[in-house]
Design a protein around this ligand. Structure first.
Ligand code: GDP
Ligand code: MG
Length: 163
């Protein structure tokens, strides 16, 4: 069984862009793997020697009251449950937000290994914009650019190495 990586983060941080980058496709495919629910976006990832499955998720809004947001939060929890490791995506340009804290707390509760990545970090060389994210309590913050394909290989190594 290939390792499963779930992409989690608030809306608009670049999860789907990262999904497309990892799966090298534009269309999220529905995979046919035993034990995986079919109503989320699964893709086959391959990078160097690594083969894995990626799950894209919608927004993650644990405190949203009802309707679509509640459903999205539920979907995300299920994706995390299926995953071996979570890539927690934040936005290097927007900086730390209250929603990031909510998601961090939820991820802590779910107890899966997490790698924290700050996306949209192309052109940010000094890392000063990333220091705030250490507050989330997930250790090192890895700057990447999903859109420009920067830091992706290292990220995959980092996520899969401990498994
Ligand atoms: P999602 O809601 O988390 O799935 O985010 P999307 O993948 O839909 O991306 C949200 C927006 O961020 C889109 O306009 C993307 O083009 C943009 N975006 C994604 N990755 C990057 C990146 O690495 N750098 C920059 N500058 N923009 C990005
Ligand atoms: Mg998306």
């Amino acid at each position: 069984m290939k390792p499963v990586i779930a992409l989690v983060g608030r809306p608009n941080v670049g999860k789907s862009t990262l999904f497309n980058r990892l799966t090298q496709t534009r269309d999220a495919i529905v995979a046919d793997f035993a034990g995986l629910t079919r109503d989320r976006h699964y893709g086959n990832g391959r990078l160097g020697k690594h083969e894995f499955i990626v799950i894209d998720t919608g927004g993650f809004e644990p405190d949203a009251g009802s309707g679509i947001f509640k459903e999205m939060a539920k979907q995300t929890r299920q994706a995390v449950a299926e995953a071996d490791v979570v890539i927690f995506v934040v936005d290097a340009r927007e900086g730390l937000s209250a929603q990031d804290h909510d998601i961090a707390n939820e991820l802590r509760r779910l107890g899966k290994p997490c790698v924290l990545v700050a996306n949209k970090a192309e052109g940010m060389h000094d890392g000063t914009k990333l220091v705030d994210f250490y507050e989330l309590g997930f250790g090192e913050v890895h700057g990447i650019s999903a859109a420009h394909g920067q830091g992706i290989r290292d990220l995959v190594e980092l996520a899969l190495e401990p498994l």
